[in-house]
Design a protein around this ligand. Structure first.
Ligand code: IDP
Ligand code: MG
Length: 143
């Protein structure tokens, strides 16, 4: 199966009307969109998404933030999609992310950095399973 990644457009991006801009970056790169859901998480679901960060000082405010407003959850597919997506997003903190990346162009913040992306094939698989049933991921061949 081709590599997949989970990309979440976070609440700050929805508030700032940057959803299209952010999804457009992945689309224009040529990555293949295979699933999408617009939804608002409960705090419990947000805990699950960020479980690897449990215990860190930024964990509770992060979970409150992620569950504070709607998000757009998407899955993208293709060889090398995890690493490419991380480059498109930029490094974690907006203030030091590279210009040209989503975070580098639109965020100055540590927490409010607009986008989540899986960081390994293992986390991608877990994260995708949290949000999508197998039949919600669409199999198609782009022209
Ligand atoms: P990533 O999103 O680049 O993978 P992670 O280290 O996995 O970064 O952190 C998850 C999210 O937690 C970040 O995207 C950011 O929103 C938030 N975060 C990470 N480190 C800090 C921090 O030191 N202060 C506040 N928020 C943070
Ligand atoms: Mg991460």
């Amino acid at each position: 199966m081709a590599e997949r990644t989970l990309i979440i457009v976070k609440p700050d991006a929805v508030h700032r009307h940057l959803v299209g801009e952010i999804i457009g970056r992945f689309e224009k790169k040529g990555l293949k969109l295979v699933a999408a859901k617009f939804m608002q998480l409960t705090e419990k679901q947000a805990h699950q998404v960020y479980a690897v960060h449990r215990g860190k000082a930024f964990f509770e405010p992060l979970v409150k933030f992620l569950s504070s407003a709607p998000i757009l959850v998407t899955v993208w597919e293709g060889e090398g999609v995890i690493e490419m997506s991380r480059k498109i997003m930029g490094t974690t903190f907006g203030f030091s992310a590279e210009p040209g990346s989503i975070r580098g162009d639109f965020s100055c913040s540590e927490r409010y950095n607009l986008v989540h992306g899986s960081d390994s094939p293992e986390s991608a698989q877990q994260e995708i399973e949290m949000f999508f049933k197998p039949n919600e991921i669409i199999n198609y061949t782009p022209n």
